[in-house]
Design a protein around this ligand. Sequence first.
Ligand SMILES: *Cc1c(COP(=O)(O)O)cnc(C)c1O
Length: 489
Amino acid sequence: MSGLEETLDPQDWEALRALSHRIIDEAIEYTRDVRDRPLWQAMPKEVREVLNSPLPQDPKPLDEVYDLLSKNVMAYPMGNTHPRFWMWYMGSSNFTGALGDFLAAVQGSNLGGGNHAASLVDQQVVDWCKQMLGFPETASGTLVSGGSMANIIGLTVARNQMADADVRTEGVGALDRPLRFYGSDQLHSCHQIAVESLGLGSKSLRKIRSHPDCTIDIESLKFAITEDRAAGFNPACVIATAGTVNTGAIDDLQAIKALCQRENMWFHVDGCIGALIAIAPGNKSRVSGIELADSIALDPHKWLHAPFEVGCALIRDRDAHYGAFTLTPEFLEMTERGIASAHWLHDFGLQTSRGFRALKVWMALQEHGVQKFGRLIDQNIAQAHYLSELICKTAGLELTMETSINIVCYRFDPGQTSEEDLKRINTEIMLQMQETGVAAISDTTVHGRHCLRAAINNHRTVATDLAFLVSETLRLGNAIVNASSLFSH
Ligand SMILES: *Cc1c(COP(=O)(O)O)cnc(C)c1O
């Protein structure tokens, strides 16, 4: 070679510096002014064309690339960082976290493990998650892409521990008695995907009826376990939900713990929504008992508002966790000194290479302290109750479900309208709000009744936003009814 080697580094570092400063400036404004832009807007044809162009063969200056991105991507977000985004269930991000993702990429370390500072930060964030939930210091855990993966990690350990054969070696085909997992009919869909991926089949997951408040009916659960045991199944695990996705219902964690103890079953908690209520001073008693679980899935990209992605699985029995995933090929053997002289973090999950997703959580927790995050959770719960009161006071709106934590289920109901028409009107309200970019809510069906659903997991929402949601629902509902003879009554 002759000194003509190529590299991805720039030739002009000063030009890169200038552009990077501009990008940061614009990113700060983008975040500061999020309230002033439409929450969402449909993408025009030209944008779709740009984002469907073929593989670039030739170079472009980076500022042209940035302009393309700025015009075609940054202008068309999903909307979840906006103060009036209450759709599905996600966090609203934070700028410190974005800096964390940037710096994680700048350092570029691989969190498969090794003896370097990022590994310690990763482990420290896992330890902080344990502390937030009151989980024992001796427990283990791992940061993953999100709640779905965190649940898969927990359920994999549960399967291996509860199986009557060595599943890692023999596979599920060697089981004498098929495993059974239990959760309520409000369970998140990721659990079915989990048991399917674990080779157990969707029938291995029994959905137990929930009470009118959407918490699991423990008597029905007991009955199902007894019935399955008599039929030759192996009742292995109860999946309790702390904060269901439809309505925010929190299962009776203490009662489920007691049941699991009596039945010698694994107690897993899907705490993707509610686990972090444990840090909220005004509401933490709602999730007491979570610290008794064998495994927990939680989701820092929800109520800690970390930018996507970061979830966390915590497992009480460290050996069981390690035993489910460890496999060290020769090229990854530990050395006594140097970069490989530490336990591999990949031994606690499915990924070998792992990103430095811990840093965005670490930075925001350092900056604000956990108490502020706790207060923000209390704030969202108080806002949901405030919104519920407004709805109850407003003629033409109906609260369809008593509000538990931060999810409000309601609908526009002008009276004397069929269920079918109500569903059509309310769906139209939801879509018009999204399309005009003023607010985003979703819809769902709870115990057979269709409703609108506002999930207030947002550190930017203020009370006037909620008053606006109420008046806008009413305004759109009346306009839709008046404009359409279909909905005449
Ligand atoms: C969000 C959620 C999940 C899935 O988490 P992701 O981070 O989206 O993968 C699982 N369970 C519940 C109750 C959730 O709310």
